[in-house]
Design a protein around this ligand. Sequence first.
Ligand code: ZN
Ligand code: ZN
Length: 342
Amino acid sequence: MNRTLIFNPEGERSASNRRIIKGNSTNIMELNNIKYPWAFDLYKTMGFTNFWIPEEIPMQEDRKQYEKELSPYEKRAYELVLSFLIALDSFQVVNLKEFARYITAPELQMAITAQEFQEALHSYSYQFILESVVDPIKADEIYNYWRQDEVLMERNRVIADLYNEFIRKPTEENFIKAVFGNYVLESLYFYSGFAFFYTLGRQGKMRNTVQQIKYINRDELTHVTLFRNIILTLKEENPELFSPEMEKWVYEFFKYAVDAEIKWGQYVTQNQILGINNTLIDRYIKYLANLRLTQLGYKPLYPNITENPMKWIDQFRTINDTKTDFFQAKPQTYAKRSELRW
Ligand code: ZN
Ligand code: ZN
């Protein structure tokens, strides 16, 4: 694929001829006419409506609970989940820049920039959580877990390999694969970790960390929406890139991703956490995979799983405090309304 030029004076002005990739845009952010209103809306949602600051969430209560009330299994899971989330958001910060190099629609460039900002914010949130909850030596260990823990190392490597492959060989095929990689990362890989935190939070444990996670989760869901729209539009604009072999690969990739996420969730919790067990993790991740596949127009991989086995999470993860009132009442109501859509 050819990288997008910074300025392409020969490019077309017309918005109607814009394409997500392989277009011929001037690359001037002309926003009077927009081809992809969903991208512009998501840019505003990510950049302004959902803007939040980790430091506005006080963390003192969690520090005491972490020291005195968490079981050794809960502590271990808390630390491992954080170390994996740290890696996921790191990959996103770097990878989104790579995608942007091949995007030929200004409103998409802006949406990806907003997403990248949020992934960096999530990285900062993890640092703020660690600094507030554990001592500096422990925080350093958690950042370094991937070097000691083979399971985590393998998991990080597989995800990053898909992205690295695209960077080494930026072919159209590798681009599509990396886009699916992104979709799966956003829509599946975070979720056994989120489920673990919500299980703690539901029992009144580590509520401050859980609050940070709720904000991160809300952001990740907008990223799922962004990439779902990107995939559906790419399919319309470039049907040749979605060959039968590619479609076959998508199912295989989802299957692989589900197995890896279940294995990871079960490894982290060791079936020793009150409120979450191996069966629940298995069903929850398969349920999510079905949902994510059908949202792209694919068939569910696990047709016998039709119900969310952890239904309470959808209610629980809703942000119902006043933290998003930075811009007074209107954005808050908008955030609530828009949240219902994903
Ligand atoms: Zn993130
Ligand atoms: Zn994300």
